[in-house]
Design a binder for this molecule. Sequence first.
Ligand code: MSP
Length: 593
Amino acid sequence: MPRRFYITTAIDYVNGRPHLGHAYEKVLADTLARFHRQRGDATWFLTGTDEHGQKIARAAEAAGQEPQAFVDEMSQTFVAAWKTLGVAYDQFIRTSDKRHELAVQELMRRLSLARTPRTGEPAIYEGEYVGLYCEGCEGFKGEKELDQKGRCPEHKKKPKAIKESNFFFRLSEYDEALLKHIEAHPEFIQPDYRRTEVMNLIKGGLEDVSVSRPNLPWGIPLPEEIEGGQGHTVYVWPDALLNYLSALGWPQRTYCKWWLAKEGEPGGPGATRQDVFQELDGQGRPGAAWAGLGQPQFTNAFHLIGKDISRFHCVLWPAMLLAAGVPLPRQVYVHGFILLRKPEVKDAGDGSVQEKMSKSRGNVVDPVEMAARFGADALRFYLIDAIPTGGDGEFSLELFVEHCNTHLANKLGNLSSRTVKLVHNGYAGATPSEWAPDSFADPAVRGALEALMAAATAAADEVPKAYDELRLHDALASAWQAVERANEFVDRARPWDLAKDPTRRIELGTALNALLETLRLVAIWAWPTIPAKCEELWNVLGLPGAPGQQRDAAARPAFGPPAPRTLGQPVILFPRIDLKAAASGVPQPGPKA
Ligand code: MSP
C-alpha cells in the first residue's frame, strides 16, 4: 500500500523578499518531499505566504501601495524564488485567499463554541489587553522576555505599549491536555531537546492569548456570530496557522485525505488515534473529524518550522486544534537557523560571533542571486550537507565555495568526468561488457573494489534510513562514502594505464562498470537534495527513466555487467568555483541548474 506524507513549511511574511533563511526551510522540505515521492509515498507538499497583519500593512504603506496589491506582488517573489531553487511544492497557499479567510472565520466560530478542558469555561472571552507588542514577532511580549535594554531580543527593538479590547483564547487551561499529549507522543515535537524546551515552557504556566485585534483593517474580520466582535480582525497567528488545514479544504471533510492516515501509513501507531483523541479534546466529545469514520485513523501532518516559532506551533496550534475538535498533527519538526558571522563593528558585546540572518538585521543573503551565480543545486547541497539537520549552520561565501569545491567539484564531479571520459576513450561511449572482480592481480586493487562495493551496500541501507529519520546530512555523508571509495579505487586501479594495454581489457571493463554503477546509485541517493544535477548525470550515464523514479530493487546496488547502453557526452557537472573571483562578484562559468 502506498504510504501518505503531508509536509508543510512555515508560510513566510511578505514584508520583504525571500532570503537564505526562508530558502533553507523550503529546500529542506523539498528534499524530504522528493525523498518520499521517490520511494513511492503519495506526497503533498504545502508552502505559501503569510500576508496579513500590522507588519505587512506597514510595509505596504512604506511602498506606497494598497496592501492587497503589495502582497500580490511580493508573494510572487517567493513563488519565483522557489522555482529557481527547484522547490517542487504541490500547493502554494496565501492567507489572503478567499477560501482561507472563510476557513479562519469558521475556526473562530468553533472556538467561540468550545469549552475549556479544566473548568468548562468558554474557550474564548473578551477582555482588555494592556501590555507590550512586538511588531517584528507579531507577538505580545512579557517583561521577562525582553533583553536588558527592554528590547525584543530577536528584533532588537522596544515593543510598543498597547491597551485595547481583545478576544482571548483561554490557553492557560490547555496545559495538562498538551502535556499529556506530548508525553504520550514523544515524536510530536522533534528533535527531542526541543520537546523538553516546550514541556518546560508549558510547566512554567501558560497565559491566555489574544486572538483578535481591534482597529487593524488588514486582516480577516471576526465572524458576525461573535458578539462584540465588530471591527475586530483575527490575530495573525491563528490566521496563519490555519493555513495547514484550510489548504486541504477544512472544514470540509476532504481535508482528512492528507491530514489523516490509515493503518500502515506514516502516521503509524504512535500518532494520535481516533480513540485516544476523544479523551484528548478535554471535552468528552469526539472531534468533528473523527465522526463517522469507520477505519482507525492516525494523524499524518508533518510541520517543518524554525526555532523562533516553535511556541506558536507546539503550544498555541495544538491547543486551538483541541478546542476546535481537530486531531493534532503527527509532528512538528523544529529546524535551526542560518547564521552569519557578525561584522566586528556590529558585535553587540554579548560574546557571540554569529547572528541570525534576518530582514530586521539587514544582513540577508539573496538565494536567487546565489543560485544564478553558482547553480541552484550547489546552494541546495550546501544547505543540506553542511548543516546538520536540526542544528544551526553558518553561511559565508568562503564556507560555501570550499564545501562545494571539495565535495561536488573534486569528489563527485571528478569521479563522473573521469569515468565517462574513460568509457568514451576505451569503448566509444558504450558500456563495457566485462565483469570479473577477481581479474585484478594486485590485492590492493581488489581490496579497494571490495571497499567500494561494501560502501555502496551500506549506503543503500543508510541513505533512505537517514532521510527518513531527518538526518539529511548523514544521508549525503553515507552516499559520499561510496564516492570517496570509488575515487580511491580509481587511484589504485589506474584505468588510464589499463586502457593502454590490450591484454588488460577485463580489468578495465570491470573497473569502469564498478564506477558506472556507483555513479548510478549516487544519482539516486543525492536526487532528493540536488535533483537537477542528478538528472543531468543520469542522462550522461545513458540510463533509462529518471533518478527520482528508482525505488526498491532498482535503487539497490547491482554491480555486474550492465545491460548494453550508450553514454552521453562528458560534461563538467560542478565547475570549480574560484573564491577570489566569486568574492569580487565576477560571474562564474558553468550551468545554471
Ligand atoms: N509568518 C510566520 C510563520 C507562520 S507559519 C503558520 C513567520 N514568517 S517568517 O518569514 O518570519 O519566517 C518563515 C520561516 O523561515 C520560519 O520557520 C523561520 O524560522 C524561518 N527562518 C527565518 N529566518 C531564518 C534563518 N535565518 N534561518 C533559518 N530559518 C529561518 O515566522
